[in-house]
Design a protein around this ligand. Structure first.
Ligand code: GLY
Length: 574
């Protein structure tokens, strides 16, 4: 530690102790959660409760909340708010998400807090005068943002929690006000986005620094602390009305943004019915539209269930091929049929019908790659920053939350004076039929832009039960790769008998119908590549796919939690 760093470090610790002990018992007390020293825990067993998420500080806060009497819903709220501070690439209050939960009382809860298109949005808003899609506008800057849903989602979750909201938000306020030490990965990520932050902001937000960020630097976010304090004092109105809403609307005026104070005031989270299905004696519960995640997962799992190919085992050419073909077919339906069910009649019953699903596989030929249609789709880009939180508590509550700004750091625009990043979720709409979004996904009328409509998502928070008993809480970021990651993690546990750590960390593959390629992660075995090539598959190397957080409940006070090794992800529990 150099001397400048150590002076800052001791000043911060001093403030942190006074602040923490007077206002919250959770952060810093007894150094249980020390924002200046923390380590990652990737795989651990706990007796009572566990959290797995993208950052060690957020996991530790969730575990502390549960240790001190909160349940998994309390932890879910506190962890999301903490991630909005310590994981700015995807943790957020300026984005949206989905929560699916099974309460200890056996009730299910599915909360949709997806962003919506602003009132002034229109179908062709991202087309130039010649009808060409202007993807820079749907992906960067103020016009790319939908009306944020995260805070509405958090307040829709609160009735299931036990603790006072002020306790749940305080750790996030402390982290934003007093700072936290960033990791090497975070430093690199902030450095590689400096130009984009400068380009998309009218001022110098907390993420911009004249010298390069490095591991061990402390990130302070005082404007965000003030926004979180307004939410602490005024509830959801502290975000959707008053000062914060005014700051968002003013930020829109600094460029081409269209979100108004009325849009913010009108935003509502929605309660949905989970999409549940049976697989091999388990019950899988996923999220319905406006996420495509649940239906794609259902189709993929049902297409491979009880097949001879799957029985050949993990990374066998046979099992891998049938899984690829199920991915291809499930994603083909996405573009055509899926959108916000409040605006488009999604044929959910037909798409999940077992006869329909088995007919979809009737042209599957073992050993020979099928062909996707030749419609051109774009490449999958590398920025797929969403984030997932899996939680289980000692009462038996299971909570699975996936939340996002869409791309890494969303629109890259920070609301001046409010200190948080806005999403670039408008790109998840189909900006023009057949034009690929940043994940290479195409769409049509079902997912066209309309004011107040939710853009189609791939997020796939899942819980798995067996005869009503908790078994798995799982989910991942990764744009369109989300359902395939969850699919493979579940197959690895339920079919290939892996422990949670292996299940989420084995190299993955992804096919999304278009482009007609199998994307493979580093570490994908050479022998399997040769087999798939000889069947006619085009394999494309890419960077890592997803960051899956998986909790397996063995029963008898044995909870196995794993956090993905591809990031700073970490588990905590007790
Ligand atoms: N923004 C990524 C998704 O919702 O699928």
């Amino acid at each position: 530690m150099n001397s400048v760093f150590s002076i800052i470090f001791f000043v911060i610790i001093g403030i942190g102790e006074v602040f923490s002990q007077s206002q919250t018992p959770w952060l810093g007390a007894g150094k249980e959660v020390d924002p200046y020293h923390y380590t990652q825990v990737k795989h651990e067993f706990y007796q009572n409760a566990a959290v797995s998420c993208a950052h060690p500080l957020a996991s530790l806060i969730g575990a502390q909340i549960m240790k001190r009497g909160g349940n998994a819903f309390d932890a879910g709220i506190a962890v999301q708010l903490a991630l909005a501070v310590v994981y700015p690439a995807a943790g957020n209050i300026g984005g949206g998400g989905f929560l699916i939960a099974k309460k200890a009382t056996n009730e299910f809860l599915a909360i949709d807090y997806r962003e919506v298109a602003p009132g002034r949005a229109s179908k062709n808003m991202y087309l130039d005068k010649d009808g060409n899609a202007q993807l820079d506008l749907s992906q960067n800057g103020r016009l790319a943002s939908g009306v944020p849903g995260t805070i509405a989602g958090i307040f829709s979750t609160l009735p299931a929690a036990k603790l006072n909201f002020k306790i749940l938000i305080q750790p996030a306020i402390d982290l934003a006000a007093n700072g936290y030490v960033i990791t090497e990965r975070e430093a690199n990520s902030l450095n590689s986005n400096q130009k984009a932050f400068i380009k998309n902001n009218s001022y110098s937000p907390a993420f911009v620094k004249s010298a390069a960020w490095k591991a061990g630097d402390t990130l302070f976010q005082p404007e965000l602390a003030a926004t979180l304090t307004r939410i602490k004092e005024n509830g959801a109105k502290g975000f959707y009305e008053g000062e914060t809403a005014k700051l968002i609307a003013e930020e829109m005026q600094r460029g081409n943004g269209i979100i108004t104070v009325e849009d913010l005031k009108n935003y509502q989270a929605k309660i949905r019915k989970p999409l549940s299905f049976n697989y091999g004696g388990y019950q899988i519960h996923g999220f319905p539209p406006p996420s495509s995640g649940g239906i794609i997962l259902l189709q993929m799992m049902k297409m491979v269930e009880n097949t001879q190919q799957l029985k050949k085992g993990f990374q066998s050419p046979e099992a891998t091929q049938i899984m690829i073909e199920s991915e291809r077919r499930a994603y083909a339906d996405r573009a055509e049929h899926l959108g916000d069910p409040d605006f488009w009649k999604v044929p959910i019953k037909a798409l999940s019908n077992e006869q329909y699903i088995s007919k979809r596989m009737s042209d599957f030929t073992p050993g020979i790659a099928s062909k996707s249609s030749q419609v051109k789709a774009g490449d999958i880009k590398e920025s797929e920053e969403t984030t997932h939180i899996s939680i289980y508590d000692k009462e038996g509550n299971m909570v699975s939350i996936t939340t996002t700004l869409n791309g890494g750091y969303g629109s890259k625009t920070v609301v001046k004076g409010a200190g948080f990043l806005l999403n670039n979720e408008m790109d998840d709409f189909s900006v023009k039929p057949g034009v690929a979004n940043m994940f290479g996904a195409v769409g049509g009328e079902a997912n066209s832009i309309q004011p107040g409509k939710r853009m189609l998502s791939s997020m796939c928070p899942v819980i798995v039960t067996k005869n009503g008993k908790p078994v798995i809480v799982v989910g991942t970021p990764g744009g369109t790769t989300i359902p395939t990651s969850v699919f493979q993690a579940l197959m690895n546990v339920l079919e290939f008998n892996m422990n949670t750590d292996d299940a989420i960390n084995q190299p993955k593959f992804h096919h999304q119908h278009l482009p007609d390629e199998v994307f493979i992660e580093p570490g994908f075995p050479d022998k399997l590549k040769t087999s798939l090539n000889s069947m006619g598959y085009k394999l494309t190397n890419r960077n890592s796919i997803g960051k899956t957080e998986l909790i397996y409940i063995h029963g008898n006070k044995k909870i196995e939690a794993a956090a993905d090794r591809r990031g700073d992800d970490s588990v905590a529990g007790y």
